[in-house]
Write a protein that binds this ligand. Structure first.
Ligand code: PRP
Ligand code: GLN
Ligand code: SF4
Length: 482
């Protein structure tokens, strides 16, 4: 039987950005920062540096941080300022041309940009800019920001940056390097995280605080939704006023899956939030069982919370192979099934004859959950109950997570009872949105969340038909029309 969701899509991580101002080893710090953010993007990595005198130095490559940088590239990357990026492509194909940081020389001088998120009006902006003669180097959405800035001939770079961002809709947490400053910004909804820290006499900006811990950077604060800052020798200056946190639409899926558990976002620690998700889930869907096991890694903390709340023993019966990436993008269901087997193996002795609760953070296509139930049954588990620490994924994301086609989502195609039979589970329970919001500190924290992939309520309008290759395809269409 073939299902509609057996299409060539897989939700992946998203990008991580990092910046250093005022440190003699800026590139080395950036490399370590990118290591800490590797879970946000495994396709390409890059660093640009500046010393205020010579032209920017840039090194980018396809692959992991460990594959892209070596001692030769680090000694080439001299300067006291650096910005870095790890990419999971969401707009524009995954290739070296689209790797970030994107660097240009324009009317604003030298600029380098690293972006996390998706600009939903990039296609319109690009068409307008090309109509005025702009020549784009890449097919990413991110590049439009640089072209918009270049239009502000004779204006200060800070003003050009804010002017460009004011025309940009959707999700952006980004860092921009000029010859003597670092600028950083979050979109008004604050979809993606971005934090500011202090290291000696300099400053660091990173997608997640886990990158600060590694470098002993002192956490100063999260940038607020809508906030734009510049960092120079005089310190940090606000260029665009922050929006109140309760009007934000922070991506709740960052707490469920994307962010690293050791990061803290707007005062809420990610691992603690996941433990609470597990507790909420145990209250919502209790079950008589002998053992709670997580689907590692993202399911670990929710499983711990479930086990604690339910008073059921916890075990790490699935062993994860850490030499296969966090997630994978493969063309056929056969290869995906095989990769799921490589990724996780079962300690059969732990589950034989037991009633097992399996906790995962999310079910997207169902590949992982279905294979895990089959493993558990083969190993002789008496019962298999699945608990998922977020609501069913029914809708596409257009704000920086790569699941744009709802047909690829199991819960878009089947009701929950049929998902349970498809997975061959004895029971299935998803955390509801209220429980998820409570686990992420709402309403106490006052933070507003995006939950559009669960509810279909999109905080920022987007064009129907927005997809990863939109800029490539519209470019080809324009060429064909000539
Ligand atoms: O329903 P599916 O299409 O199989 O997708 C969902 C699975 O993918 C993710 O894991 P990932 O491979 O990213 O591993 P991680 O949890 O270790 O990061 C997620 O945690 C689920 O286990
Ligand atoms: N996942 C992301 O945040 C990617 C950023 C940008 N849209 C790109 O595709 O390069
Ligand atoms: S649609 Fe889902 S994944 Fe996308 S930003 Fe909103 S909560 Fe996050």
């Amino acid at each position: 039987m073939r299902y509609q969701w057996e299409v060539r899509l897989y939700p992946g991580e998203e990008c991580g950005v990092f910046a250093v101002y005022g440190h003699p080893n800026a590139a080395t710090l950036a490399t370590y920062g990118l290591y800490a953010l590797q879970h946000r993007g495994e396709e390409s990595a890059g660093i640009a540096t500046a010393d205020g005198k010579r032209p920017f130095r840039i090194h980018r490559g396809m692959g992991l941080v460990s594959q892209v940088f070596d001692s030769a590239s680090l000694s080439f990357l001299s300067g006291q300022m650096a910005i870095g990026h790890v990419r999971y492509s969401t707009t524009g194909s995954s290739n070296l041309t689209n790797a970030q940081p994107i660097a240009v020389v324009c009317s604003q001088g030298e600029l380098a940009l690293a972006h996390n998120g998706d600009i939903v009006n990039a296609s319109d902006l690009r068409a307008r800019l090309e109509g005025r003669g702009s020549i784009f180097q890449t097919t990413t959405d991110s590049e439009v920001i640089l072209h918009l800035m270049a239009q502000r001939v004779g204006k200060p770079v800070e003003e050009a940056f804010v002017w460009a961002l004011d025309q940009t809709e959707g999700a952006y947490s980004l860092v921009l390097m000029t010859k003597d400053k670092i600028l950083a910004a979050r979109d008004p909804q604050g979809f993606r995280p971005l934090s500011l820290g202090r290291l000696d006499d300099g400053y660091v900006v990173a997608s997640e605080t886990c990158a600060f811990d590694l470098l002993h950077v002192e956490f100063l604060r999260d940038l607020a939704p809508g906030e734009v800052v510049s960092i120079d020798a005089e310190g940090v200056h606000t260029l665009r006023a922050p929006k109140p946190l309760d009007t934000a639409a922070f991506c709740i899926f960052e707490f469920v899956y994307f962010a690293r558990p050791d990061s803290t976002i707007h005062g809420v620690n990610v691992s603690q939030a996941r433990i609470q998700m597990g507790r909420e889930l145990a209250r919502l869907y209790p079950v008589e069982a002998d053992l709670v096991i997580p689907v590692p890694d993202s399911g670990n903390y929710a499983a711990l919370g479930f086990a604690e709340e339910a008073g059921i023993p916890f075990d790490l019966a699935f062993v994860r192979n850490h030499y296969i990436g966090r997630t994978f993008l493969q063309p056929t269901q056969l290869i995906r099934d095989f990769n799921v087997r490589i990724k996780l193996n079962l300690v059969q002795e732990s589950v034989r004859g037991k009633r097992v609760v399996v906790v995962d953070d999310s079910i997207v296509r169902g590949t992982t959950a279905r294979a895990r139930v089959a493993n558990l049954r083969e190993a002789g588990a008496a019962e298999v109950h699945i608990r998922v620490s977020c609501p069913p994924h029914r809708f596409a994301c257009h704000y920086g997570i790569d699941f744009p086609d709802p047909r690829s989502l199991l819960a878009n195609q089947l009701p929950v009872d049929r998902i349970q039979s498809y997975l061959n589970a004895d029971s299935l329970g998803y955390l509801d949105l209220d429980g998820l919001l409570r686990a992420c500190g709402s309403p106490q924290s006052g933070m507003g969340f995006c939950s559009a992939c669960f509810t279909g309520r999109y905080p920022v309008a987007f064009h129907q038909g927005l997809h990863k290759e939109i800029l490539e395809r519209s470019q080809l269409a324009r060429l064909a029309a000539k």
